[in-house]
Design a protein around this ligand. Structure first.
Ligand code: PLP
Length: 458
């Protein structure tokens, strides 16, 4: 495999030629930001695209190049960029003022809408991000049970808070990552995905406050959940009096209008949300059983005599986010959005696999719902093909790894062909992606594979 950062790559050279304005912004950004970026997953070598505009399923870079967008606002934009009803609601809220430092009607309407859609949502507390929602979920589970230990699953991502920084991509043994005190990670137990015996052992060894997981598998199904595993966790939590937490920051309002809990029929005690729930603006929520959420309630604490959990957040349920979130959720509830995006996902995965077959590349495209993952076969197994690929037969290490250099070249080749995919590699699909977008994406993938072959990458 050639060194992909070498300047003799025709793909990299073409990228530099196509995106000089991005190169210029990236150089300036490096003077202000570590690595020139503001979110780790936007890191790309030699530099990331600078995007200046989005519309529907498309976005445009600083040089005016157009792309079909599969970042989808890190999963937030199942309605695509600038959905007219969401924009209208947001602009009306903006005109009224961005912050009243007070309760306001839009947050009540937004909360009622969520309660109608999400099975576990007896009560809700808004946050400003998914990370804050998962932090609060652990705090609630621990306070509710009076226990410390939380079971987590390797590779599952729950934001960047101290309790869950290890075990997602690094420190798979659960030791603290730099800057995290060891006492915090000692109270989380890492188990391999789908490992029932490991879960039973963790319950046997510890007094468990709760279990948290991404309910379709880590990275929205990149390491999928085995059939029956959610129901097994539900039973274990019931048996031990522990709190089951679904982190639905990505799956919420995406896999179905009621999230993975509605799709799976397994209702957790708590659900954490962000992204789609906030209509494309910053925001999140913790939803769950009234008996747990009451730990945030002044009156219940006074009448029942327990110590209330404190919770602040300047921008929680700010009126503009509330307006955007409410508008987006109303559309998702009524307009078959999840079904449309899921159908596109099924078709796209099949067609991308047709490309791999036609080109004889031992990779596979897989996933569920409106997400796709490209398995780049890091161990160069000769027998990998779309026809026999079963991610449940592979360990998380292999599913999460990539053939050296493959992602960078593939992403940049796709950009050269007018498509922006995420760095797993894979992408998030919206309901506004069209059949024409899909045909162009498939052609871009085929051309990108051919470009990589020409450079000796495949
Ligand atoms: C499953 C999951 N949980 C939590 C988070 C953190 O959310 P936020 O980026 O809003 O803090 C993310 C973000 O991508 C996520 O994918």
């Amino acid at each position: 495999m050639p060194d992909t950062t070498l300047s003799n790559s025709a793909i990299i050279a073409a990228y530099r030629a196509k995106t000089p304005a991005s190169a210029e912004w990236a150089a300036r950004a490096r003077e202000s930001f570590p690595s020139g970026i503001t979110h780790d997953s936007r890191h790309l070598s030699p530099y990331a695209l600078y995007v200046t505009r989005g519309q529907g399923g498309h976005k445009w870079d600083a040089d005016g190049n157009e792309y079909i967008d599969y970042f989808g606002g890190h999963g937030a934009l199942i309605l695509g960029h600038n959905h007219p009803k969401v924009m209208e609601a947001m602009q009306a809220a903006l005109a009224d003022g961005t912050h009243f430092g007070a309760s306001h009607p839009r947050e009540v309407l937004w909360g009622e809408q969520i309660r109608r859609m999400v099975p576990c949502a007896e009560r809700i507390r808004f946050t400003s991000s998914g990370t804050e929602a998962t932090m609060m979920a652990l705090r609630l589970a621990r306070a509710y049970t009076g226990r410390d230990t939380v079971i987590r699953f390797r590779t599952h991502f729950h934001g960047w808070n101290d309790h869950m920084a290890s075990g997602q991509a690094v420190h798979m043994d659960g030791t603290p990552t730099p800057g995290v005190v060891s006492g915090i990670t000692a109270a989380t137990v890492l188990v391999d995905p789908n490992d029932k015996a490991g879960v039973e052992q963790a319950f046997a060894d510890h007094s468990v406050a709760g279990v948290i997981l991404e309910p379709t598998g880590s990275s929205t199904g990149m390491v999928p959940i085995a059939p029956g595993f959610l129901a097994f966790l539900r039973e274990q939590c019931d048996k031990h009096g522990s709190v089951l937490i679904f982190d639905e920051v990505v799956t919420g309002f995406r896999v179905s209008p009621g999230g993975a809990q509605q799709a799976s029929g397994v209702t957790p005690d708590l659900g954490t949300f962000a992204k789609i729930i906030a209509g494309g603006l910053p925001g999140g929520a913790i939803c769950g059983k009234e008996a747990i959420l009451e730990l945030l309630d002044f009156e219940k604490a006074a009448s029942k005599g327990f110590e209330k959990i404190g919770h602040q957040g300047t921008y929680n349920a700010n009126p503009v986010t509330a307006a955007a979130g409410l508008a987006a959720l109303e559309i998702i509830e009524k307009e078959g959005i999840c079904e449309q995006a899921n159908a596109y996902g099924t078709a796209l995965r099949a067609e991308l696999n047709d490309v791999l077959r036609a080109e004889g590349v031992p990779w596979a495209v897989y996933g569920d719902y409106s997400t796709f993952h490209i398995f780049t076969n890091p161990k160069a197994r000769a027998d990998v093909s779309p026809d026999n690929f079963d991610p449940l037969k592979l360990g998380y290490e292999e599913l999460k790894a990539n053939a050296p250099g493959a992602v960078q070249k593939l992403r940049i080749a796709m950009i050269l062909n007018g498509v922006d995919i995420m760095g797993w590699p894979g992408g998030n699909i919206s309901a506004v992606h069209t059949d024409e977008n899909r045909a162009k994406t498939v052609e871009a993938f085929a051309e990108s594979i051919r470009m990589m072959k020409a450079e000796g990458d495949l």
